[in-house]
Ligand binder design. Structure first.
Ligand code: PFF
Length: 444
C-alpha cells in the first residue's frame, strides 16, 4: 500500500506490460471490436485498424509513456513538471474522460458478472427469443442492473486500493495469462465447429467499398479506446516505471497483445454464430443475446459459456482498474489524499454517475436519440480520446521533443532508430490524420 509522498512502482517489466495490456484488453476488444469490424467491411476494417494502431496509436502511447516516466506523477502533475502549468488542462481532460468511461464501463462490467453467474446456473436462455427475453428483463430491472454495477465497482476498488505492485500488477500477472489461455481455447472450439467457414467469411471478407471517413473514424475511435490512449491512462502507468525501464518494446508488445486479442475475439464469435445459423446482430445484443443462444446449441456449450463470460469479467476488470487508478492518482499526487480514501471516494462518485447509464438501456433515458450510455461512450471515445491523443502527439512532437529524444535514447545515449519516424508522426501525421478524420467522420 502506498503512503502519501512515497510512490508505488511496478515490480517487474512483465508486470508493467501485463497491467498495461490489461488496461488495453477489455470490453472494447471482445464486445466492441468484432461487431464494429463485421459491420464496417470485415478484413478491410481489420487492415485499416492495424495500420492505425501501429502508425498512430503506438506513437501516441509512447508520447504518454515519455511524459509519465519523466513526470513520475498523475497526468496533471506530470504535465506540470514536464512542460509547465499551461499544459495541465490536457491532463484534466483525460481525467474527466476517465471518469465518464469508468461510469458506463462499470455498468457493462456488471452485466458480465451477472452473465457469468447465469452461465454457471445454466439460465442464459435456450434460443435467441428466450435469451433476448432474459437480457431485456435484466436490463430493465433497475435494482439488478445497479446491483451488478456496484459489485463490479467494488471489485475494481478492492484491487486498486491495494496499490500498483500489490494490487493491479499482482492481479494482472495472475489473470491476464488466464485470459489469453481462455481466449485460445474458445477460438479453437469456435473455428473447428462444422459450418464455421461462413462466419470466417463474414468477419474477414474484405469489402473495400466500405472504406470512407466514417469507417476510418470508427477504426480510429476503436483504436484509441482499445489501446486506452489519449486520456492519460498510459501516462499514469508509465509514471510507475523506474527511469531506467525501457518503453519502446513494451509499447509494441502492448499494441500487439491488444490487437491480437481483438482479432481472436472475432474468431471466437463469428464462426460460432454462423455455425448454428444465427444472425450476427450488432451491439450489445451480439454478446448478451446471440452468444448465449449459440452456447446452448454447442456441444459442451455450458462450459464454454462460463469460460467466455468469465473471460469478459477479467478483461473488463483489468481495464476498469486502470481508469480508477488514473483518477485516484490525481487525488493522491495532487491533493495528497491517501490511496484508500482516493479510491473509495472516486469509486463511489463514478458509481453514482454511472446510474443514468445503467438505467438508460431499459428505461429509454436518451440524449438526442442515443441512450445515455451510448452518448457517454460517444463523447469519451469519439471526441475526447482523439482530441487528447492529438494533444499528446503535438505536445511530444513540438514542445518536448528534445526531452523526448533523451527519453527515446538507448543506453549509449544515442536516439533510438525509431526516433525520427516517431517525431514526424507526432508532429504531423497523427495530428493531421486525427484532425481530418474527426472533421469528415464525426457523426452523432
Ligand atoms: N481499453 C479498454 C477496452 O478496450 O475495453 C477500455 C478503456 C480502458 C478505455 C481504459 C480507456 C481507458 F483509459
Amino acid at each position: 500500500m502506498s503512503e502519501v509522498g512515497s510512490r508505488d512502482q511496478f515490480g517487474s517489466r512483465i508486470g508493467f506490460i501485463l497491467a498495461s495490456a490489461g488496461s488495453a484488453v477489455g470490453l472494447g476488444n471482445i464486445w466492441r471490436f468484432p461487431f464494429v469490424a463485421g459491420e464496417n467491411g470485415g478484413a478491410a476494417f481489420v487492415f485499416i485498424y492495424l495500420l492505425l494502431v501501429f502508425s498512430i496509436g503506438m506513437p501516441v502511447m509512447l508520447a504518454e509513456f515519455v511524459v509519465g516516466r519523466r513526470g513520475q506523477g498523475d497526468p496533471v502533475g506530470s504535465l506540470r513538471r514536464v512542460v509547465g502549468k499551461a499544459f495541465t488542462p490536457l491532463g484534466g481532460m483525460g481525467i474527466l474522460a476517465s471518469i465518464i468511461i469508468l461510469s458506463f464501463y462499470a455498468v457493462v462490467g456488471g452485466w458480465t458478472i451477472k452473465y457469468t453467474l447465469d452461465a454457471v446456473m445454466g439460465s442464459l436462455g435456450t434460443d435467441v427469443a428466450s435469451a433476448g427475453a432474459v437480457f431485456g428483463t435484466f436490463i430493465s430491472n433497475p435494482m439488478s442492473v445497479v446491483f451488478y454495477q456496484a459489485l463490479f465497482m467494488l471489485g475494481t476498488y478492492v484491487v486498486v486500493a491495494r496499490g500498483i505492485g500489490d494490487g493491479i500488477e499482482k492481479f494482472c500477472t495472475i489473470f491476464m495469462p488466464i485470459l489469453f489461455l481462455l481466449l485460445i481455447i474458445l477460438a479453437i472450439r469456435s473455428v473447428t465447429l462444422p459450418g464455421a467457414a461462413e462466419g470466417l467469411a463474414f468477419y474477414l471478407k474484405p469489402d473495400f467499398s466500405k472504406v470512407n471517413g466514417a469507417m476510418i473514424l470508427a477504426a480510429l475511435g476503436q483504436a484509441f479506446f482499445s489501446l486506452s490512449i489519449g486520456i492519460g491512462v498510459m501516462l499514469t502507468y508509465g509514471s510507475y516505471l523506474k527511469k531506467s525501464e525501457p518503453i519502446v518494446s513494451p509499447a509494441f508488445q502492448i499494441c500487439f497483445l491488444d490487437s491480437f486479442v481483438a482479432f481472436i475475439a472475432g474468431l471466437v464469435i463469428f464462426p460460432a454464430v454462423f455455425a448454428f445459423g444465427f444472425e450476427p446482430g450488432a451491439g450489445p445484443g451480439l454478446t448478451f443475446v446471440t452468444l448465449p443462444a449459440v452456447f446452448t446449441k454447442m456441444p459442451g456449450g455450458s462450459l464454454f459459456a462460463i469460460l467466455f463470460f468469465f473471460l469478459l469479467v477479467i478483461a473488463s476488470l483489468t481495464s476498469s482498474m486502470s481508469l480508477l487508478e488514473v483518477i485516484s492518482a490525481y487525488f493522491v499526487d495532487e491533493r495528497k489524499w491517501s490511496r484508500r480514501k482516493a479510491t473509495l471516494v472516486v469509486a463511489c462518485f463514478t458509481f453514482l454517475l454511472g446510474i443514468p447509464s445503467a438505467l438508460s438501456l431499459g428505461g429509454g433515458l436518451n440524449i438526442a436519440g442515443k441512450s445515455f450510455l451510448d452518448a457517454m461512450d460517444f463523447i469519451a471515445s469519439n471526441v475526447i480520446m482523439p482530441l487528447g491523443g492529438m494533444g499528446f502527439a503535438l505536445l511530444a512532437g513540438w514542445v518536448i521533443h528534445s526531452m523526448a529524444k533523451e527519453e527515446l535514447s538507448g543506453s549509449d545515449g544515442k536516439p533510438l532508430a525509431i526516433y525520427p519516424a516517431w517525431r514526424v508522426i507526432c508532429c504531423v501525421v497523427a495530428p493531421a490524420a486525427i484532425g481530418w478524420i474527426f472533421v469528415t467522420g464525426l457523426k452523432w
